[in-house]
Ligand binder design. Structure first.
Ligand SMILES: NC(=O)c1ccc[n+]([C@@H]2O[C@H](COP(=O)([O-])OP(=O)(O)OC[C@H]3O[C@@H](n4cnc5c(N)ncnc54)[C@H](OP(=O)(O)O)[C@@H]3O)[C@@H](O)[C@H]2O)c1
Length: 292
């Protein structure tokens, strides 16, 4: 198949492109030079020209706090351009998978969110992603919307790599302990995407690792597993703090665990526990030659 992947300089897009190539597909790896999400019409023209069987849209405006002061950009990148891509894909009968986020929910629930639970994003990023989902589905009712959460991988910027950098430098760490979710490794998301494409799936799916923790629990696990993977950790314990002690421009959901029962039925593998995947990622990262 011909598969166009956007956001290939990002943590997920880079691995999605590599994996589809490994499976022998023709992959068009689109970065912002070849497909600029701030230019919706030009971006759609690229799709019309290439006519890929699938578009995997990993590009996004992902700076949750900065989005509060740059809403126009966030909405163009997360809603308007995905809608234009979906429209272009619909015109020739192609398929599209749109990545989305737990931030479409407000976190008021106390049980994991299922796909049709009511959405209520708390900030610009979540609103722009939700409106992106809706716009894509309007233009292409058979699209796949894949919501995930707390993403980390060996490539790009993320919480694991930040904690690792600080802990190897011996910096004191204070991390919020009253927001809960599920850390999710890019390699696991890629495996889920491959399965959805293989099955020509459509509709909304939630995918994360299994289990749940707080950001503090995640940070503590990173330090422990990193030490086991051979990193020299110079920071002792991570200090738990309340969200109120770490104010940010964007409000985050306090509980954003996603229920993965629906996607589990489509996957040829059992969804791994978040800590097992963390361990695997750190082992990969410890020996990775091209991970910046
Ligand atoms: N990160 C998370 O914790 C998380 C959680 C839930 C859902 N998600 C969703 O998962 C998907 C992948 O996220 P990620 O973590 O891989 O994001 P990421 O590492 O921040 O990568 C974002 C990608 O989008 C590209 N991009 C941004 N603006 C662009 C523009 N104007 N034109 C073209 N490309 C542009 C970036 O290119 P440059 O490198 O050139 O900037 C980069 O390749 C997104 O849909 C995100 O909303 C992420």
């Amino acid at each position: 198949m011909k598969i166009l992947v956007t956001g290939v300089t990002g943590q997920l897009g880079s691995e999605v492109a590599t994996e589809f190539k490994r499976f022998g597909h023709e992959v068009i790896a689109a970065d912002r030079q070849s497909l600029d999400f701030l230019q919706p019409a030009q971006a759609a023209a690229v799709i019309r020209l290439q006519q890929p069987d699938w578009v995997i849209n990993c590009a996004a405006y992902t700076q949750v706090d900065k989005a509060e002061s740059e809403p126009a950009q966030a909405f163009i990148i997360n809603r308007d351009t995905p809608a234009q891509l979906a429209k272009a894909v619909a015109a020739y009968g192609g398929r599209l998978l749109q990545l989305s986020t737990d931030f479409v929910f407000d976190g008021a629930q106390t049980r994991p969110y299922v796909e049709d639970d009511a959405t209520n994003p708390l900030g610009v990023y979540g609103r722009s992603k939700l409106e992106g989902e809706q716009a894509v589905q309007r233009e292409l009712p058979g699209a796949v919307i894949l919501r995930t959460a707390w993403v980390y991988g060996a490539h790009g910027h993320n919480f694991v790599k930040t904690m690792l950098r600080l802990a190897t430098a011996g910096s004191p760490l204070r991390v919020v302990s009253d927001q809960r979710g599920t850390p999710t490794w890019t390699s696991d998301i890629v495996a889920a995407i491959v399965a959805l494409v293989d099955q020509q799936a459509s509709g909304v799916f939630h995918f994360t690792a299994s289990g749940e923790t707080s950001w503090h629990g995640f940070a503590s696990a990173i330090l422990e597993e990193a030490a086991s993977a051979g990193f020299t950790i110079r920071t002792g314990k991570v200090e738990p703090i309340a969200t109120t002690e770490y104010p940010t421009p964007a409000t985050r959901p306090v509980y954003s665990v996603l229920n993965t029962d629906k996607i589990s039925a489509c996957l040829p593998f059992t969804i791994p526990a978040w800590r097992d995947s963390l361990k695997n990622m750190l082992q990969e990262y410890a020996t990775c030659a091209d991970c910046s």
